[in-house]
Design a protein around this ligand. Structure first.
Ligand code: SF4
Length: 154
């Protein structure tokens, strides 16, 4: 997996203070996408074991308490990203008790493959669906367009 940005402290992409990872790779090609530079899987830089360890350490950091981890992109559920995202989510569950995971995807929850569902089974909140420019509404919280759904899973 490649990624574009990692923010160790973020108060914009999800509730509370968070760690946020924007991964590379998205097949959805939504017109009006705010993050076109992330579409290519090989854009950005490699997601390394060192960065994975850093994210876990940041979530465990008691000096700046984080509510949880945000996974966005690009699309964290792009099939080629799923193995790394799954491992990261498993580690957060095992090593960062009490931290939540929010994940944004262009897929719809009902169309996910069994492998993608393994990730969804580990997260707290899934915001799903493509961005639809005609349904764009700046008043929406955590969503760009009104077709997208915030699924509180646990
Ligand atoms: S799913 Fe998100 S990143 Fe992918 S094209 Fe649509 S708006 Fe852009």
């Amino acid at each position: 997996m490649n990624y574009h940005q990692y923010y160790p402290i973020d108060v914009v992409n999800g509730p509370g203070t968070r760690c946020t990872l924007f991964v590379s790779g998205c097949v959805h090609q939504c017109p009006g996408c705010y993050n076109k530079s992330t579409w290519r899987l090989n854009s950005g830089q490699p997601f390394t074991p060192a960065l994975e360890d850093r994210i876990i350490a940041d979530l465990q950091d008691t000096r700046i308490p984080r509510q949880g981890l945000t996974l966005s992109g690009g699309d964290p559920l792009h099939p080629q990203n799923v193995p790394d995202i799954l491992r990261l989510a498993q580690r957060v569950r095992a090593e960062c008790p009490g931290k939540d995971i929010w994940l944004w995807t262009g897929y719809i929850i009902d169309e996910l493959s069994p492998r993608q569902r393994e990730v969804v089974d580990l997260i707290n909140v899934l915001v799903d669906g493509k961005f639809v420019e005609a349904l764009k509404d700046p008043a929406l919280i955590w969503r760009g367009s009104s077709n997208q759904v915030i699924h509180h899973l646990r």
